[in-house]
Design a protein. Structure first.
Length: 375
């Protein structure tokens, strides 16, 4: 192929070979519960470089279907009585109250023919107008004074194999004119919104009676408990899982202290451990005051479900710290938050964004060979 601007420039080389039938003439298959026989096939071409196969299928009671294949994409068509004015290139067409978009308005010729034909094979140019609403299409063919309208739908490769006893078929190339995207974006929005509402309502119902519960608040003397265990009284938690938030405070001064906390489930004997250092250092260097750390820390034991528990607290302090003798430990079973709900919303939102751009790219590829692309 060449393009002419001010000079002749080579653009692309095409190598096209004649194509043969993929499905044998006379082969029988079952479509929608009815047996059809392939009685003929036409190979058509347009723009001198694009070819596609059209099979004519006939049932025993003389009903006809037409199976079109191009680059591994299949469309099943049937003739409909509707007639449309195609003298102008209308951008849309309405069939069964559904609007279809103009995809193709061109001419083609029959390149070769196989099988048996009731009428003469057209030897003149055929005008083809196609309107699509994937996975459906309305196709209009006109040659001479004959005009025929067809309604078609995307027919998967697996459907072809199932109908015709697993024939060997080529793979797909590109995006078919009525090939549906893997996900319906608008339906996806509805599904994700329904899931989000369901999650929110479930959380509100399950946790409607839940309140924040303080299970321990105690001052520990390092004189009594340094490196020694303190076992709390038993406590019972009821309701959905929530984090156990542990706050510690100690008057450290250029020193450190530590609290190790073990949560013991008295029913299952399972234990969960966590520990936290408190460090506070300060000084005066090169004419400037500095400090780092703090005297208060907070940490969580996540996903604590209902049950009967007790805590084992083990306080520690820096061995040479003789000024600090206290550490305060407070444990609170938090009221449930909507954090999981918002995480779910975020994940579904990201999924929708990915689907949106994937769908946009898919549609752009569908329309790249059309003169009427909305892109």
């Amino acid at each position: 192929m060449f393009e002419i601007k001010e000079e002749l420039n080579f653009v692309k080389e095409f190598d096209y070979k004649s194509i043969n039938p993929l499905l044998e003439i006379g082969k029988k298959g079952i479509i929608d519960g009815v047996e059809y026989e392939i009685i003929s096939m036409l190979i058509k071409k347009f723009h001198a470089i694009h070819y596609w196969r059209e099979y004519t299928l006939k049932s025993k009671d003389d009903n006809y279907l037409y199976l079109s294949e191009s680059e591994g994409h299949w469309i099943l068509l049937e003739e409909i009585p509707e007639r449309y004015d195609v003298s102008r290139r209308y951008k849309t067409l309405t069939y069964n109250e559904i609007s279809y978009d103009l995809y193709e308005n061109t001419h083609c010729r029959v390149d070769s023919a196989y099988g048996f034909f009731d009428d003469k094979v057209p030897d003149i140019e055929i005008k083809i107008i196609e309107y699509i609403k994937p996975p459906y299409m309305v196709s209009i063919e006109k040659f001479g004074n004959v005009e025929t309208t067809y309604f078609g739908r995307h027919f998967t490769k697996n459907e072809v194999k199932k109908a015709f006893n697993n024939p060997k078929l080529p793979g797909r190339y590109g995006v078919g004119s009525v090939q549906p995207f893997l996900f319906n974006f608008h339906n996806g929005i509805l599904v994700f919104c329904s899931i989000a509402i369901l999650i929110l309502v479930t959380q509100l119902i399950v946790n409607k009676n839940r309140v924040e519960t303080e299970v321990l608040s105690r001052n520990f003397s390092f004189t009594e408990y340094n490196n020694k265990d303190f076992v709390s009284e038993s406590f019972t938690l009821q309701g959905a899982s929530a984090p156990l938030t542990i706050s510690i405070n100690s008057e450290v001064d250029n020193s450190w202290a530590n609290a190790q906390v073990a949560l013991v489930n008295e029913i299952t004997n399972e234990e969960e451990y966590a520990n936290q250092d408190i460090e506070y250092y300060h000084g005066y260097t090169d004419g400037e005051s500095w400090s780092e750390g703090g005297r208060n820390e907070e940490f969580n034991i996540c996903g604590v479900g209902e049950g009967k528990y007790h805590l084992v607290i083990t306080p520690q302090k820096q061995p040479d710290d003789t000024l600090n003798d206290r550490i305060t430990v407070k444990a609170v079973w938090k009221s449930p938050s909507l954090w999981n709900f918002f995480i779910s919303i975020l994940i579904m939102g990201i999924a929708l964004v990915i689907i949106f751009f994937a769908n946009k790219n898919f549609e752009s590829r569908r329309w790249e060979n059309s003169d009427f692309s909305p892109f």
